[in-house]
Ligand binder design. Structure first.
Ligand code: ARG
Length: 459
């Protein structure tokens, strides 16, 4: 038979393939709580405005709660023929309360309904990210506090560059995740306008109260243009952009954990809770969580690209293309939340191998810059000349198979005779990091001050 919702216009039902390509109920059932909350607010508003009777609105609001409990209890029979969550809910409401359920859709379309449901769903995901990120930052700050003065190599080009502190490295990620947090907060604020009442695209002739529904559903205001309200998916794209940046940061940290936990680096030990063994190689402890996290991030980038592609060619207002907005966003949000939780667990449970970090920091001529700086400061050499002298000393050390602090004073003097015994003071890695006291620098005292700032922010 033809569809109950628009049967008046149709003599024949859809082809089975049409039904398959058209249905979204397989995934948009995830928006059932938002759909029902939106409908309950709409029913209350219709009654308050005298558009439906209080008796009908009460029956709708009660019936919708019954539908919600059936869905949550797993007893609801979803129907593909009813396409999506909106029509599945309405059809069941009709069974529960009779034909007056048909009055719920007065002054409303599925176009503003789906825009509302999806917006509320994405808003919840922003809240979930806003809730999860401080926990990850807190885990990083705890690591930073424990290792404010542990020395490790800082890299550029993955080549040893200068010694830095473990705490400083951890807090670099705290900065990134805090920016992510502020992006989710911004996105949430911008998306918090209510599309309900835009109806199909033009608004409605019924005397609705959009401020009432907007307020009831936690929005700051109703959206100002009905065409925009049903066409806009910026909110989902902003969520995905914020998620992508956050995911990129997670992936970089995951990559570092993979490298650092290798036998060649041994900078960190990941706990048993976040690693797996091998079925053949008994010695293995693999960083699977970090690897999977690094890989899952691609789904989030993919979702952003996919939704941009869906939207870019659409004339105003609603097109069915927009039904393809949800599945990818759901998947991206799931991947992000899982990645955030896994990273928080890994960071909280990992152990920095303090001695290995320091040994690595002390190799690779990591204090060459300190030596050059000393030549500038103590002997008043121009930096370019100091760089040259230091480079010559590095080559000398390399040829002798030793590191910079192992050169004798005589060897040093053979390159520049102004060099004195004092130079050895700056060649140690602890002195090196302690001297980096410029604002934002790696010195342990700076790290401790930043840890205090983060703790205050998180409190
Ligand atoms: N399931 C649809 C979607 O997700 C709901 C809106 C349908 N609107 C329409 N005009 N066919 O976009």
């Amino acid at each position: 038979g033809s569809n109950k919702m628009w049967g008046g216009r149709f003599a024949q039902g859809p082809d089975a393939i049409m039904e398959a390509i058209n249905a979204s109920i397989g995934y948009d059932r995830r928006m059932a709580p938002q759909d029902i909350e939106g409908s309950r607010a709409h029913a209350a508003m219709l009654a308050a405005q005298g558009i439906v009777t209080d008796t009908d609105a009460e029956a709708m609001r009660e019936g919708l709660l019954t539908v919600l409990s059936e869905i949550e209890g797993g007893t609801f029979a979803f129907s593909t023929a009813l396409e999506d969550i909106h029509m599945n809910v309405e059809a069941r409401l009709t069974e529960i309360m009779g034909p007056a359920a048909g009055r719920l859709h007065t002054a409303r379309s599925r176009n503003d309904q789906v825009a509302l449901d999806f917006r509320m769903w994405v808003r919840d995901q922003c809240d979930a990210a806003i809730d999860a990120l401080p926990r990850l930052i807190g885990a990083l700050v705890a690591q930073a506090e424990a290792g404010a003065d542990w020395v490790m190599p800082g890299f550029t080009h993955l080549q040893t560059a200068q010694p830095v502190t473990w705490g400083h490295h951890m807090l670099a990620y705290a900065e990134m995740f805090a920016r992510d947090l502020s992006r989710f907060t911004d996105a949430r604020r911008r998306m918090n306008e209510c599309p309900l009442g835009a109806a199909a695209l033009a608004g409605t002739s019924f005397p609705i109260d959009r401020d009432m529904t907007a307020a009831a559903l936690g929005f700051d205001r109703p959206s100002a243009n009905s065409l925009d309200a049903v066409s806009d998916r910026d909110f989902a794209l902003e969520f995905l952009s914020s998620a992508s940046l956050c995911a990129m940061h997670l992936s970089r940290l995951a990559e570092e954990l993979v490298i650092w936990s290798s036998a060649q680096f041994r900078f960190v030990r990941l706990s048993d809770r976040w690693t797996t063994g091998s079925s053949i190689m008994p010695q293995k402890k693999n960083p699977d969580a970090a690897e999977l996290l690094r890989a899952k991030i691609g789904r989030i980038f993919g979702a952003q690209t996919a939704l941009l592609m869906v939207m870019k060619g659409l004339p105003l207002a609603y097109s069915k293309d927009m039904q393809e907005d949800k599945e990818q966003v759901f998947d991206a949000a799931d991947s992000l939340m899982l990645a955030l939780a896994a990273m928080t667990g890994m960071v909280a449970d990992m152990t920095a191998e303090k001695d290995n970090l320091e040994a690595a920091a002390s190799s690779g001529f990591s204090t060459a810059t300190d030596l050059a700086d000393w030549l500038v400061r103590e002997l008043d050499l121009p930096f370019r000349e100091a760089h040259h002298v230091t480079g010559t000393l590095v080559r000398m050390a390399e040829e002798a198979g030793v590191d910079l602090p192992d050169l004798t004073l005589d060897q040093m003097k053979s390159v520049h005779d102004g060099i004195t015994e004092d130079v050895f003071g700056v060649l140690g890695v602890h002195n090196s990091v302690a001297s980096r006291t410029s604002y934002g620098g790696t010195a342990p005292d700076n790290v401790r001050a930043q840890v205090a700032r983060w703790k205050e922010l998180l409190a």
